[in-house]
Design a protein around this ligand. Structure first.
Ligand SMILES: Cc1cc2nc3c(=O)[nH]c(=O)nc-3n(C[C@H](O)[C@H](O)[C@H](O)COP(=O)(O)OP(=O)(O)OC[C@H]3O[C@@H](n4cnc5c(N)ncnc54)[C@H](O)[C@@H]3O)c2cc1C
Length: 288
C-alpha cells in the first residue's frame, strides 16, 4: 500500500524542527516503523518533519557521569561506538539483538524509544540502567526517567509538539555488571519474552539487583522484591533459581499464537535464571 498524501519537511536545526512538529506533523527518524504504519494507513500525518538533517541529534558523548546518546544516532553507529562499548556495554549488547544490521543502519535509538514497542529491547535496557530522556519543545526542555516515559504499548510521555533530543545513560560503575537475554522464534525477530539485569557487588556480596522484563506486558516491567532475595548474599545457582521463581510468579502471562501462558511462565523462569547467571559471571571473567 501507499501512504496518504503528506508534506515532507527537512529542517536544518532543532529550533526549526520545533517550529514544525505538532498534532498533525510527526518527527521522522529512520522511518523503519513510521513509514510502515503510514503505508498501512494506521498513521496519516499531514506532514513529516525529517530530523536527519540535524547533526547535533546524532552526537554520542561522555560527560563524566553520563553517556549522552543523541536521539538520531543510528542503532548501528551506537552499537559500535567505543564510548558506548566501554561505559554502557548493555546498550551495545542490546542493540545487537535488534532486527538485522540493515535495519539498524536506518533505525535510530530515539526512534526506537519513541515508538515504544512493548517487545523492544532498548526501552527495557534504559529502564534497567536508570536512563533519563531529554525532551525539547518551543515551551522549553524537560527530562524524564525512562520508567515514566514508557507509559504503555506505543504510548509515551511525549507531547505532540515535543522532540526527544538525547538519552542520558549513567555510566557503568566498576562494581556493576549487566546482561540481556531473550527468546526469539528466529534470529533478528522480535522477542516473545526478554529479560535484562544489572547487579552491583562488593567483593563477593551482592549490593543491588534489578531485573526488568520485556515482551510481556504493555511496557517494561521491573520485578519487585528481587533485592530481598539477592542483596547481602554471595550469589550462587541456588540464589538465581530462587530469583527466577519470583520472576515466574510476577511475569504477566497470556496466551497468543507464539506461546501459551504456561510456556511463557517457563520461558521467563529460564531466561531470568540465565540472565542473572550471565551477569554474575561477567564479574568472574573480568568482562564488562
Ligand atoms: C524488519 C524489522 C525488524 C525489527 N526488529 C526489531 C527488534 O527485534 N527489536 C526492536 O526493538 N526493534 C526492531 N525493529 C524496530 C527498528 O529497529 C526501529 O527501532 C524502529 O522501527 C524505529 O525506527 P526509526 O528509528 O526509523 O523511527 P521512525 O520509524 O522514523 O519513528 C518511529 C516513531 O517515533 C517517532 N520519533 C522518531 N524520532 C523521534 C524523536 N527524536 N522525538 C520524538 N519522536 C520521534 C516518530 O514520529 C514515530 O512515531 C525492527 C524493525 C523492522 C523494520
Amino acid at each position: 500500500m501507499r501512504p496518504a498524501t503528506f508534506e515532507y519537511l527537512a529542517p536544518k536545526t532543532l529550533e526549526e524542527a520545533l517550529e514544525l512538529v505538532g498534532d498533525d506533523s510527526r518527527p521522522l527518524a529512520g522511518g523503519q516503523s513510521l513509514i510502515a504504519l503510514m503505508n498501512l494507513r494506521f498513521a496519516t500525518p499531514e506532514a513529516l518533519v525529517d530530523l536527519q538533517g540535524i547533526p547535533d541529534l546524532t552526537r554520542i558523548s561522555d560527560d563524566g557521569e553520563f553517556i549522552r546518546i543523541g536521539a538520531m544516532a543510528s542503532q548501528a553507529d551506537t552499537e559500535t561506538n567505543s564510548i558506548v562499548l566501554n561505559s554502557v556495554p548493555l546498550v551495545a549488547e542490546c542493540i545487537r539483538e535488534i532486527g538485522h544490521w540493515q535495519i539498524r543502519t536506518r533505525g535510530t535509538v530515539g526512534g526506537n524509544l519513541a515508538h515504544s514497542d512493548p517487545a523492544s529491547e532498548l526501552p527495557a535496557v534504559m529502564v534497567t540502567l536508570g536512563a533519563h530522556y531529554h525532551l525539547a519543545s518551543k515551551r522549553g526542555e524537560r527530562k524524564i526517567p525512562a520508567v515514566e516515559f514508557h507509559q504503555g504499548a506505543y504510548d509515551t510521555a511525549l507531547d505532540p509538539d515535543e522532540i526527544l533530543t538525547h538519552i542520558a545513560v549513567p555510566k557503568q560503575k566498576p562494581t556493576e555488571r549487566s546482561a540481556l537475554n531473550e527468546s526469539v522464534r528466529a534470529a533478528g525477530a522480535y522477542a516473545i519474552a526478554g529479560t535484562t539485569s544489572i547487579l552491583e557487588r562488593n567483593n563477593e556480596t551482592c549490593l543491588r539487583a534489578k531485573l526488568v522484563l520485556f515482551a510481556t506486558g504493555s511496557k517494561p516491567y521491573e520485578v519487585q522484591g528481587l533485592n530481598s532475595v539477592l542483596v547481602g548474599k554471595e550469589l550462587n545457582s541456588g540464589s538465581f533459581s530462587e530469583a527466577s521463581e519470583l520472576v515466574a510468579s510476577q511475569a504477566p502471562h497470556f496466551d497468543d499464537f507464539h506461546a501459551t501462558a504456561e510456556q511463557r511462565k517457563q520461558i521467563f523462569r529460564a531466561l531470568s535464571e540465565r540472565v542473572l547467571q550471565e551477569t554474575w559471571q561477567k564479574f568472574q571473567v573480568g568482562s564488562s
